[in-house]
Design a binder for this molecule. Sequence first.
Ligand SMILES: Nc1ncnc2c1ncn2[C@@H]1O[C@H](COP(=O)(O)OP(=O)(O)OP(=O)(O)O)[C@@H](O)[C@H]1O
Length: 287
Amino acid sequence: MTDEYGLLDTDPEAAIGDEWEEIDVTDTEADRIARERDREFEQFEEQIKDAEQFKVEQSVFDDATFGALYKLIADGHIDAFGGPISTGKEANVYEALGADDTEVAVKIFRINASPFQQMRTYLEGDPRFEGIGNNKKQVVLAWVRKEFANLRRAREAGVRVPNPIAVERNVLVMELVGLVEDRARRLAEVNVENPETAYEVVREYMRRLHTAGLIHGDLSEYNMIIHDGELVIIDLGQAVTIHHPNAGDLLRRDCENVAAFFSRQGLETSGDDLFEYIAGDDDRVRW
Ligand SMILES: Nc1ncnc2c1ncn2[C@@H]1O[C@H](COP(=O)(O)OP(=O)(O)OP(=O)(O)O)[C@@H](O)[C@H]1O
């Protein structure tokens, strides 16, 4: 297979063990910091509240979010903030300068505006979230840690996703794909020059994710970005494990979305073909 679109050359099965890592959903360090704010933190809060890019988006930043940002700055994961890349219903994504002058993306989830009941349904059956209650904050915080863990697992499986760097409360820091001056574009926004190869890369990544026990759950041309000829899958917050009761339906929907996009690019394919390629021999995601 050609390396156009940057297909990673790895063996997903070799990278994946049977154990799911535990995800701590208890009170975070940032919550404690928010409660015990000292003078230094108050100064920081004033400073960051004044920053131009946050003035319009004050609703994202409750005190505990400032606590999380403070902790990420103190730990050296964020050095300075840039502007917003995307302002969505559940989260905003900002450009920032990270450690060693690298550029990073900072995704800040809203606790109050998040559709937590819907989020909860994606946590069901996931061995990493057994016992997660009905508390809104806990559900959203679990979701953020889930995105972080999913990114890590996808990477281990040889899927090109943004490198996850740190997670603190409702803030996720990850590699910025593209550059501040030369942003990555969603697949939906570009003219795909070689759809055959792009499709091969996407379906291989879907197969690897499945081998690693994950189903993206919202895959389409809007959650794949391209930069410098490299295709990167993003937004893994809702990705579920194959234990999820709706795993089969979610995989089916992903396959239909992806196949529909590439059919519009002139390829002969269908959701059924793609599903067969990814999970044809897996009884766990049949229905
Ligand atoms: N690591 C990244 N590098 C570069 N751009 C990114 C990165 N992560 C996200 N983006 C940009 O931010 C947008 C929103 O990101 P993402 O889909 O993760 O958030 P979201 O709040 O779930 O968005 P949506 O509601 O549109 O699904 C993406 O379409 C992409 O343009």
